[in-house]
Design a protein around this ligand. Structure first.
Ligand SMILES: *Cc1c(COP(=O)(O)O)cnc(C)c1O
Length: 389
């Protein structure tokens, strides 16, 4: 069962009935699922979590699926938290951790969001789902749509590494390759979805992906013995992961599972597409669209995010920061993680190490702090973008 009670507009606080279909709120911003946490507090405990399945469904009552029969699980979540000892030694750090999201179904943390969106779409009677994607989200949606018996339609930039296209086609999706960026794919979806009868699962444009991503916050707390680290370094595109974890911390505090201490949230982007870093520097509430976005990290090639104000708010409230790194640095650091830790990271994962090095240099992170690098995906689908050194 779920403790979900309603959906809430992240700008106006207006509430909506979750048994109806929703995309953005009337104010044009994301909707968040909300729960009766006071009721959950006395009935759903850390002991129940520990007895749950080794997937993100161990937090099931805090997730938005009403009837468990609608869950289309492929074993997502509950990924390893690795102690990066050789990398830590090289950097003079004893408490460096890697959250290894590359082990999720279809090789990225996008599985967490899409299992929730597709299961909920199934619950609400949807037959065809559509997504504009830089690659990993499309793969994850194609897999869950296949398992749910739904039709999947995918729009990706034409220069997306070919393994992403292979994956989506292999999983039975209808694939459209577009001359442009993910934002152009999004425009095309918006123009056609009504006429075609497609339900749009774009980042933050449906209310449930964020709650799949929030499970990373629950998991890291559970894996650290119900406490949080000093710093989380996270590669940011559309921001569901960062915003989702921030939501999870708030929920866990209301459940009495953690105290009010929070990690500093560090958002990493590529120098070729850094709208969040620029907005932090300018002190603005929203991020301006980044022109001519380019980077080998497909998941970070997001020139504009609908939830920009939620990303910026979480970074600021946490006392964190945003860092841009070069593609050369993230590539070299991907291979360093691979060769020191045995994890083959996507360039987005490599970027977190590049950011850590920068922040150790400036003194924004101390070597004795506990730091988690998020490897959000595996390198297996990025061969076109990741030349070996
Ligand atoms: C999508 C993606 C990102 C960006 O994630 P958001 O939560 O949308 O910011 C980072 N890394 C990888 C590997 C991705 O696929």
């Amino acid at each position: 069962m779920t403790y979900m009670t309603h959906l809430e507009c992240t700008k106006t606080g207006e509430t909506f009935d979750p048994s109806e279909l929703h995309n953005l709120s009337p104010a044009g911003v994301p909707l968040f699922p909300r729960y009766d946490l006071a009721a959950a507090k006395s009935k759903f405990t850390k002991v129940d979590v520990a007895a749950g399945p080794p997937t993100l469904w161990r937090y099931g009552p805090l997730l938005p699926i009403v009837d468990p029969a609608n869950i289309v699980s492929l074993g997502e979540g509950f990924t390893p938290m690795l102690h990066a000892t050789r990398l830590g030694t090289a950097l003079g750090m004893e408490r460096l951790l890697i959250k290894e999201e590359g082990l999720n179904p279809t090789g990225s943390f996008k599985a967490r969001g899409l299992v929730m969106a597709v299961s909920r779409a199934k619950e609400l009677g949807i037959e065809t789902v559509v997504i504009p994607s830089a690659g990993n989200a499309a793969g994850a949606m194609s897999a869950y749509a296949a398992a749910a018996g739904m039709k999947a339609v995918v729009f990706m930039p034409r220069d997306t590494p070919s393994d992403f296209v292979f994956e989506c086609k292999g999983l039975g999706a209808e694939v459209h390759l577009i001359d442009g960026l993910i934002t152009d794919c999004g425009k095309m979806v918006a123009e056609r979805k009504e006429r075609e009868g497609w339900f749009d699962l774009s980042t933050f444009k449906e209310p449930y992906r964020v709650d799949g991503k929030k499970t990373m916050g629950y998991e890291l707390a559970e894996q650290l013995g119900w406490r949080l680290p000093d710093v989380i370094i996270y590669p940011t595109g559309g921001g569901t992961g960062l915003v989702g974890m921030w939501k999870a911390f708030d929920e866990m505090e209301q459940l009495g599972w953690i105290d009010s201490q929070r990690p500093r949230m560090v958002s990493v982007q590529s120098e070729g597409c850094a709208p969040i870093i620029r907005a932090m520097e300018e002190g603005s509430e929203h991020a301006r669209l980044w022109e001519n976005a380019h980077t080998i990290a497909s998941g970070l090639r997001v020139p504009g995010a609908v939830a920009d104000f939620l990303i910026l708010r979480a970074i600021r409230e946490s006392g964190g920061t945003a860092v841009a790194v070069s593609d050369e640095a993230m590539l070299a650091d991907s291979w360093e993680i691979a060769r020191k830790e045995g994890v083959l990271p996507a360039p987005e994962g490599g970027a977190t190490l590049s950011a850590l090095k920068k922040l150790l240099d400036t003194g924004a992170i101390n070597r004795d702090e506990e730091v988690i690098l998020f490897n959000t995906g595996s390198a297996y689908k990025y061969q076109d973008n990741m030349p070996l050194d």
